[in-house]
Ligand binder design. Structure first.
Ligand code: C2E
Ligand code: CA
Ligand code: CA
Length: 562
């Protein structure tokens, strides 16, 4: 904006001898005399207008005087409201009663238009929280980059990054905390990327990095490792030390896809694979991985009638007692038999059910179904085993939750001792009084209470002592990746020691290999759950699995020397 001084104005327009000042009602409130202005104008005059809110005065038809708190947009409004776009040649700007200059009106309008346009562009293309490019701009840049790569015959790497357990932080510590966590994450991701790479925030806790011209898969792997490595350092947020990890999926242009949205969908599919592999890791897309369109809206619409259409099924994953090798229980895990997309894992839809409240009726169905199945197995002659059901925070906080559990127990006939509710740590961070009351009511019913994904949230474990908890399920991210993160061995041992000191039962989740099983045994866990024994299975297949296992152990008993 070019600024003329008032002096210039008077000097350039020798016919202006005095300039009237009017208020917003066009009532004259003062007069600026050419002579007075030149000698003593600004201080005494602006004192007069200073402090009067909404003062919008114009001098003659050429200039307006605004109060020091006016913004450039206020000035624009005054000009436009007064219908004097063409007449204004300048305005006097004061700051704390001090004259700071006169601006040319047309320049001012141009400036505002440009700013508005820039602002609109910014709003449409950048994420306001992290200042990173948003999905729209990212796809646009990806599009451009693909055109260049096609021309130059180079490759493009795409990383799809999703934070693990972000929702837990957001739910328990509040959105302000969650926002700060996202901002800090954005800065970390940006620090891992090169200048030629584009880091963007797609939505929620989903980020992407576009890597320009990686020459081989190793270049992409190196970037993934840098990101995971950077995430391992603790973050300081609102006076707390926070640890958060990420799961990354990658896809490569042109090998995996030649279109921006296809490439993104494939990186996303690979990200789910990383989540399934225990989180805090990366996976590259390979053909055969389920690629879903990223259309959350249709998923949400489809979810609304899914319960009525009977599209949910429960799978059950065995839990093995380490001392006896016996199967002592199972965890009920929901699946969605989607009419077009096939069998969907809960990672694709549970969050949506939680955000929309659909988890309340769906969660109730899961509880009913799991208890019914438990009774069916007993009727078919299987030894009673406990069944664990995942409970979302929203269900837990519903009024009448305990009554619902009670009536499902009595309707199904399950002995409460065989029903176990899995709750996540984040749930305990809310209103302690309410949580305590609910937990005691549940405990008094006779059901068992377990903390799921233990170790992923908080450093403050004091709450454990307060609550009537029976079990800790050590999160699978500690069990897995032992070979690359030996520190996990110490963490598992520390959690196990803590649990033991509080007489809690310990379950290790996600045990896949013999090495992992050895660690779990040596650290003192009581039972395990994981692919090492079995993936989650439909009810009938679990029954056959148990029968086969029983037969095998009978044979090995017979074969063993007396
Ligand atoms: P979770 O409660 O931590 O359940 C364990 C998840 O780890 C299951 O994934 C299981 O299939 C997987 N898993 C078990 N052992 C292994 C292993 O050795 N290796 C690997 N890579 N994975 C293993 P799933 O069934 O996809 O469920 C994901 C999450 O969805 C569950 O995590 C739970 O938080 C949620 N969920 C599942 N069913 C329900 C439900 O009925 N209600 C609610 N609220 N949440 C549910
Ligand atoms: Ca669970
Ligand atoms: Ca778990």
């Amino acid at each position: 904006m070019s600024c003329l001084t008032v002096l210039d104005l008077f000097q350039k327009n020798s016919d202006i001898f005095a300039l009237p000042v009017v208020n917003s009602d066009n009532i004259p409130t003062g007069l600026v005399d050419r002579k007075v202005f030149i000698e003593t104008f600004i201080k005494p005059f602006s004192k007069e207008i200073h402090g009067k809110k909404n003062i919008s005065a114009f001098m003659n038809t050429d200039s307006i005087i605004v109060d020091h708190s006016a913004t450039i947009d206020d000035v624009a409004r005054i000009i436009v409201d007064a219908g004097m776009q063409h007449m204004v040649s300048g305005f006097i700007a004061t700051n704390d009663g001090q004259y700071i200059g006169v601006a040319n009106g047309l320049d001012l309008l141009n400036e505002i238009t440009q700013r508005k346009q820039a602002n609109l562009f910014y709003l449409a293309h950048y994420d306001q929280l992290t200042n990173l490019p948003n999905r729209l701009l990212f796809l646009d840049r990806l599009d451009m980059a693909i055109i260049e790569a096609r021309r130059d015959k180079t490759q493009l790497g795409l990383l799809f990054i999703d934070l693990d357990n972000f929702k837990h932080f957001n739910d328990s510590m509040g959105h302000g905390f969650g926002d700060k966590l996202l901002v800090a994450t954005a800065a970390r991701l940006a620090s891992c990327a090169r200048e030629s790479d584009t880091v963007a925030r797609l939505s929620g806790d989903e980020f992407t990095i576009m890597q320009e011209s990686p020459t081989c898969q190793d270049d992409i792997n190196a970037l993934c490792k840098r990101v995971l490595e950077a995430m391992t350092l603790p973050l300081q947020i609102m006076g707390r030390e926070v640890f958060i990890t990420a799961s990354i999926g990658t896809a490569l242009y042109p090998v995996d896809d030649a279109e921006p949205t296809g490439l993104l969908a494939k990186a996303d599919a690979a990200m789910y694979e990383a989540k399934r592999s225990g989180r805090n890791t990366y996976r590259h897309f390979i053909p055969g991985m389920n690629v879903y369109s990223l259309d959350r809206m249709t998923l949400e619409t489809d979810l609304r009638g899914a319960l009525e259409r009977n599209e949910f099924v429960l799978f059950y994953q065995p839990q093995i007692e380490l001392s006896s090798g016996k199967m002592i229980g199972n965890e009920a895990l929901i699946r969605w038999q989607h009419p077009e997309r096939g069998l969907l894992s809960p990672i694709h839809f549970i969050e949506i059910t939680e955000e929309t409240g659909l988890i309340v009726p769906i969660g109730k169905w899961v509880l009913q179904q799991a208890c019914r199945q438990h009774m069916l197995w007993i009727e078919s002659g299987l030894e009673p085993m406990s069944v664990s059901v995942n409970i979302s925070a929203m269900q837990f906080y519903q009024t009448g939750f305990c009554e619902m559990v009670k009536s499902i127990i009595s309707d199904s006939g399950i002995r409460p001792i065989y029903l176990e509710l899995e709750l996540t740590e984040s749930l305990f961070m809310h209103d302690v009084e309410v949580v305590l009351k609910t937990l005691h009511t549940l405990h008094d019913l006779g059901v068992k209470l377990a903390i799921d994904d233990f170790g992923t949230g908080y450093s403050n474990l004091g709450y454990l002592k307060m609550f009537p908890i029976d079990k800790l399920k050590i999160d699978q991210s500690f069990i897995r990746h032992l070979e690359c993160e030996p520190v996990n061995v110490d963490i598992v041992k520390a959690i196990a020691a803590l649990g033991k000191s509080m007489s809690l039962e310990l379950v290790a989740e996600g045990v896949e290999t013999d090495d992992e099983l050895d660690l779990v045994i040596s650290s003192g866990c009581d039972s395990v759950q994981g692919y090492r024994y079995s993936k989650p299975l439909p009810a009938d297949q679990l029954e056959s699995w148990i029968q086969k296992r029983n037969q095998e152990s009978a044979i090995s008993r017979e074969a063993a020397p007396a």
